[in-house]
Design a protein around this ligand. Structure first.
Ligand code: UD1
Length: 379
């Protein structure tokens, strides 16, 4: 079996690495495509190093741009790659622009290439169409032949959209495979001490959602809340390039003065920092999952989450929406107080998801028709 894996942006690299390894261990051929959606050393290169990823077989070098430009560039560059490499499967992960771009290309070339599409992390829904990632998720699932669920609660989302159950397989959370593989090395780095904070004491913050950082008033309000929290505990803030750029554009540099603002961290450093944190405040999807496995209380600065299992079973909570300084600080205090709570690690977040993914690819190889993945009754 030959599988082509696509990675484009920071959250993709830790999902692709275990699948690549599991394919190779099973004697399958793996082709790695990096679209170049993220290209800085901090956003991409450091992840290849930490995760021991090989040089990509193809680097598409698409870079930044508007959603349309970025998506179109990936599509243009990916088409010849797919035609040349002729895999049995195109394996897509997550919900970034590179994911939907490659799904569109592969779906339209399916008759020509015979390559089927598998979506890892299928069925997550925020039900918020203002999020570019929600558009990417729903459409990628609709175009995919094999839908690999990260958690069982994603199944009803797909069924309610008419997707056929025989194309859906439970995989579990492949990002957690990487967490398990890297945790002891990350712990050994003793990252909190690098920032002069004790284990279990500091607050780790990440922010990059357009809804939080692209408007001055929203960003200013979150930074004000963080400054208040910093009076209670040290705040370490690895700042995303989008957020850093907007802080400068809006002239908000002074609002960062009480925070320990650092460059975006590589995978292992970030895991070491989060694992040793007291509380995490974030608008990232992946951190909601990682904190759930690590038992670190998490406050999610969003209106809703496409990962509700991290709230129902894990250590996550949503800050009251619309966000206010008081609401964020109150959620932070609740999270600190919840530190001793028991929590459950969701089923399949066990370090073995990549094995189940490769098993499912083998099982469905040749068994799925190239026709529409939607159930007959509903079309
Ligand atoms: C993207 C994903 C988001 C994911 C996030 C993780 C989409 C729609 N969004 O958002 O789901 O959670 O990545 O980081 O695909 N930039 C750099 N260096 C880089 C990459 C980006 O400086 O290596 C800057 C560019 O100015 C760019 C901005 O960051 O315009 C945003 O990057 P982009 O890839 O468009 O989206 P993200 O906000 O990173």
């Amino acid at each position: 079996m030959r599988a082509l894996l696509v990675a484009g942006a920071r959250p993709n690299f830790m999902k692709v690495a275990p699948v690549l390894r599991a394919l190779k261990a099973a004697g399958d051929e793996a082709i790695l495509v990096h679209t170049g959606q993220h290209y800085d050393y901090e956003m991409s290169g450091a992840f290849f190093r930490d995760l021991d990823l090989p040089e990509p077989d193809y680097y598409l070098n698409v870079g930044s741009g508007s959603h349309a430009v970025q998506t179109a560039r990936v599509m243009e560059a990916f088409e010849p790659v797919l035609l040349e490499s002729r895999p049995d499967w195109v394996v897509l992960v997550g919900d970034v622009n590179s994911t939907i771009a490659c799904a569109l290309v592969a779906a339209k070339l399916k008759e020509t290439t015979g390559a089927r599409i598998a979506h890892v992390e299928a069925g997550l829904r925020s039900h918020d169409w203002r999020m570019p990632e929600e558009v990417n998720r729903v459409l990628t699932d609709r175009l995919s032949d094999l839908l690999l669920l990260p958690s069982r609660d994603a199944l009803p989302n797909l069924i309610s959209e008419g997707l056929s159950e025989d194309r859906i397989a439970f995989a579990g959370n492949v990002m957690i495979d990487t967490l398990h593989a890297q945790l002891s090395a990350a712990r050994a780095l003793d990252v909190p001490s690098r920032y002069g904070v004790d284990r279990g004491d500091c607050v780790v913050v990440t922010l990059h959602r357009p809804s939080n950082v692209d408007e001055r008033s929203s960003l200013a309000q979150i930074l004000e809340a963080l400054a208040e929290i910093a009076a209670d505990r040290p705040v370490v803030f690895p700042i995303h390039p989008r957020t850093a750029r907007n802080v400068a554009t809006f002239g908000l540099e002074a609002a960062l003065s009480r925070l320990n603002v650092v460059e975006p961290l590589g995978y292992r450093d970030m895991l070491g920092l989060v694992e040793g944190a007291g509380v995490v405040l974030t608008d990232s999807g992946g951190l909601q999952e990682e904190t759930t496995v690590l038992g670190v209380p998490c406050v999610t600065l969003r209106e809703q989450t496409e990962r509700p299992i991290t709230i129902e079973q894990g250590t996550n909570r949503l800050a009251p929406w619309p966000l206010t300084v008081e609401g964020i600080v109150a959620s932070y205090r609740q999270a600190v107080a919840s530190r001793q709570d028991t929590w459950v690690v969701p089923e399949g977040w066990d370090g073995r998801a990549a094995l189940r993914i490769v098993e499912a690819l083998h099982e469905h190889e040749g068994s799925l028709s190239l026709a529409s993945p939607v159930t007959a009754e509903r079309t």
